[in-house]
Ligand binder design. Structure first.
Ligand SMILES: [Fe+2]
Ligand SMILES: [Fe+2]
Ligand SMILES: [Fe+2]
Length: 423
């Protein structure tokens, strides 16, 4: 397996997820630009600056999963709020982002309330809090330079109460020149990463690559308890099926990663369609169908690494069928390779064996009957015959994955209730 560094894996994905993000638009990128300027003014060292920019670029990631969403992002909330804690929980699953997760956990703490918290609050949390509020004060309907003085006054009047005095002082200085404001709109995530000179060539282990992919998959899966374990199950099943079909370990790891990533394109689809209870209209279904294409677009950022090319292909083809009746490429026959078939099969089994608001989970026998009838012309009858012999093992994997994912999901939710404030 070729070497893959944190820089090659994490940064391209953070950038792509930001640009496809339907819900937050460019809020996280803009917050990262503001935070970067403040951090630079404060003279943060290289390590602290990298943490600051990455944390800012991901700071509302938990809001993509919890039901606070728009209102929460617009109004300042007092920590701890579900989206901060959900973001913290999600990112702390990836050991290299442990400190970034801590920064995100506290990104809505008012300076005057800091003593109420048991935990240490990292300084970058205060920078992101102020940067976030600057972006929220800005209206997209008016030219940014015409809003400069009003926003400055609005933020600075909260010096020492809502915001940290040192962060306010740096903001006051750095926001004087127009260039600060111009760059909020214009600096790309890529330019920002290259400005901080991120050079991490730390090679990731196979486990870290898997951890990172799983962390990213929670963005989509944790939108509801019903789907909390969906991509996790698809990844684990795909790896297992690869093994019983005699694929080598490297191939099986790619299958697992493709399973974790396959639905990431749902980030680009309006959540009202994704989360609709009950059948979709034809028009809504047409929108939802775009998600495979978006998965391919987001993951194509990883194409510069040879190793990821199969992962990208299998994820974007996961709704293609042998008959040519799949979408969106309508490829057929031999154009559909083994990895694509394995992901497609694992996706179907996982979905059929999940509870839905309108039906309970189907048993493995019923799920296999449905797939036998449907998939003969669509997946690969030979392959399904082999898999059929491993029903007990598949049942075990599905049960384990769902149990584990639901537990993590429930912990994040109950953790939100028990907010960790010292009275
Ligand atoms: Fe937030
Ligand atoms: Fe925010
Ligand atoms: Fe799926």
């Amino acid at each position: 397996m070729e070497k893959i560094s944190l820089k090659e894996l994490a940064f391209p994905l953070i950038k792509a997820i930001d640009s496809f993000n339907y819900l937050l638009k460019a809020h996280q990128r803009r917050t990262a630009v503001i935070a970067y300027h403040i951090g630079k003014k404060l003279g943060l060292n290289y390590g602290d600056m990298v943490e600051l920019v990455v944390a800012a670029a991901l700071h509302d990631i938990g809001a993509l999963s919890v039901q606070e969403r728009d209102s929460l992002i617009k109004e300042d909330v007092e920590n701890p709020s579900p989206h901060c804690l959900m973001g913290y929980k999600m990112l702390s699953g990836f050991d290299m982002f442990a400190d970034i997760a801590k920064i995100i956990r506290h990104h809505h703490i008012r300076y005057e309330n800091r003593e109420k918290y048991d935990e240490d609050i990292k300084f970058q949390s205060y920078i992101i809090h102020l940067a976030d509020r600057v972006d929220i004060c800005l209206s997209p309907d008016h030219f940014i330079l015409n809003q400069k003085e009003k926003v400055r006054a609005n933020i600075l009047e909260k010096n020492g109460t809502v915001f940290h005095p040192d962060v306010c002082a740096a903001f006051e200085e750095v926001s004087k020149p127009d260039i600060f404001w111009i760059e909020i709109n214009s600096l790309t995530m890529e330019q920002l990463f290259s400005r901080i000179g991120f050079i991490s060539s730390i090679e990731l282990t196979r486990l870290q690559i898997e951890q990172f992919a799983l962390t990213i998959s929670h963005i989509i899966d944790f939108r509801s308890r019903f789907t909390a374990g969906h991509s996790y199950t698809v990844g684990k099943l795909a790896g297992f099926i690869g093994r019983i079909l005699g694929m080598d370990e490297d191939f099986c790891l790619k299958l697992t990663i493709a399973g974790y990533f396959h639905d990431i394109g749902k980030i680009g689809i309006d959540t009202q369609y994704i989360e609709k209870v009950g059948p979709l209209t034809d028009e809504e279904y047409n929108m939802v169908k775009l998600h495979c294409y978006y998965s391919g677009q987001i993951l194509s950022e990883l194409n510069s690494s040879e190793w990821f090319r199969d992962v990208v292909k299998w994820a974007q083809y996961h709704h293609e069928r042998l008959s040519g009746n799949g979408y969106p490429f309508s490829i057929s026959g031999e154009d559909i390779d083994a990895g694509t078939k394995i992901i497609a099969f694992s996706d179907m089994i996982s979905a059929l064996m999940e509870d839905r608001p309108y039906r309970t989970r189907l048993s493995i026998d019923v799920a296999f009957d449905i797939i036998d009838n449907y998939a003969a012309d669509n997946i690969d009858p030979q392959m399904i015959k082999v898999i059929d012999r491993y029903k007990p093992e598949i049942q075990q994997i599905v049960d384990d994955c769902k149990k584990r994912a639901e537990r993590t999901y429930d912990e994040s939710v109950s953790y939100n209730m028990d907010c960790g404030i010292a009275e």
